[in-house]
Write a protein that binds this ligand. Structure first.
Ligand code: PLP
Length: 387
């Protein structure tokens, strides 16, 4: 059997592979501390589950419109008005099978073979692969700890060519936790507008920010950047709804229509009763989001101290999301060898930075309980000491 070339050029998702390995080891009864999954450890809040159960009982079990239930598209449009002062109509919204699917649709809708897509590294694992599936060229722009893992305006400017179609932004970031400030966004937006390219802003961690950090959507800066921005978001992280597979994309109607056409022939609508859970998530009291955020904040403070107390590794304080991006360069190991060694000898699962385009770091998700964090970081310390 001959598999298509578009599959052979793909890099398997190391995050999914390591999470699966850790789960399998756990199932065998091995005492694993897993920091690999990018998912909140909380259950979906009760009122959201209840809304989906009710929808099931009310017979919301049939095909619906590809772009989503009208009530959900409306609720999403209202959310942007409420949270970011952004004016979208339901026709600017498509509901997708998670945030991942919304970016996938978008890349398929925009990128022609040979088109370039600018992706700052460290990046979320799937961005370059999606571009490759579409036949496009991922243009990876490395960033460093010194710039807080942020692309600088000069870097963006010099990465743009005649072939650039799209710039991918992710703030708060997976894997670094960095968050662009308003003034940084303004500088990037000016270049995007001047060079007349499009930007997709992946805002899936927008609700998970710490201290005085504020999340701003680049689309909200001015009408010119608004016209060139697509925003991807979803329910997975803010509402602990990873398995529900509900996300969305908003932006220019013409592009949303193109995504709709692709989705018509791929997945059709997102699970109908799951969308009713999503409606309840957006239209109900938001205190559940804050309760989970506070919990992440508490864990962040503890894990930050524990990691930085280990001689030979270090990390910056992330401003958002729920990941520590830990510098392991002093250990002399590449990130994959480090992670394999840590899993084999200490039964601690973390993700090698190479998955995100940076071989000098590992990613530790702290969306897990405090006893696991304490035990896991003690094991990490033993591992580093043993090197
Ligand atoms: N974008 C980023 C940066 C992510 O970390 C994730 C999930 O890990 C997603 C998008 C996709 O989320 P989902 O498809 O579960 O909504």
């Amino acid at each position: 059997m001959k598999i298509a070339d578009r599959v052979n050029i793909l890099t398997p998702s190391l995050t999914l592979a390591i999470s699966a390995k850790a789960k399998a080891m756990k199932a065998e009864g091995i005492d694993i501390c897993s920091f690999s999954a990018g998912e909140p450890d909380f259950d979906t809040p009760v009122h959201i589950r209840d809304a989906a159960k009710l929808a099931l009982d009310q017979g919301k079990t049939r095909y619906g419109p590809t772009a989503g239930e009208p009530q959900l598209r409306e609720a999403i449009a209202q959310k942007f008005q409420r949270d970011s002062g952004l004016n979208y109509q339901p026709t600017n919204v498509i509901v997708t099978n998670g945030g991942k699917h919304s970016i996938f649709n978008l890349v398929l809708a925009l990128v022609n073979p040979g088109d370039e897509v600018i992706i700052p590294a460290p990046y979320w694992v799937s961005y370059p692969e999606m571009v490759k599936i579409a036949g496009g060229k991922p243009v990876i722009v490395p960033t460093t700890e010194e710039t807080g893992y942020k692309i600088t305006p000069a870097q963006l400017r010099s990465a743009i060519t005649e072939k650039t179609k799209l710039f991918v932004m992710n703030s708060p970031s997976n894997p670094t936790g960095m968050v662009y400030s308003l003034s940084e966004l303004e500088e990037l937006a000016a270049i995007i507008v001047e060079k007349d390219i499009l930007v997709v802003s992946d805002e899936i961690y927008e609700k998970i920010v710490y201290d005085d950090t504020k999340h701003f959507s680049i689309a909200s800066l001015n009408p010119e950047i608004y016209r060139r921005t697509l925003i991807s978001n979803g329910f997975a992280k803010a509402y602990a709804m990873t398995g529900w597979r509900v996300g969305y994309l908003v932006g220019a109607e013409e592009i949303i229509k193109a995504c709709n056409l692709i989705q018509d022939h791929a997945t059709s609508n997102v699970c109908t009763f799951a969308q009713y859970g999503a409606i309840a998530a957006l239209n109900s009291d938001q205190s559940c989001v804050e309760v989970m955020r506070q919990s992440f904040a508490e864990r962040r403070a503890i894990i930050y101290d524990l990691i930085n107390a280990i001689p030979g590794i270090s990390c910056c304080q992330p401003q958002g999301a729920f990941y520590m991006f830990v510098n392991i360069s002093q250990t002399g190991l590449n990130s994959l060898d480090f992670c394999n060694g840590l899993l084999q000898t200490q039964q601690v699962a973390v993700i090698p930075g190479i998955a995100f385009g940076d071989d000098h770091h590992i990613r530790i998700s702290y969306a897990t309980d405090l006893p696991t964090i304490e035990k896991g970081m003690a094991r990490l310390a033993s591992f580093v000491q043993s090197l």
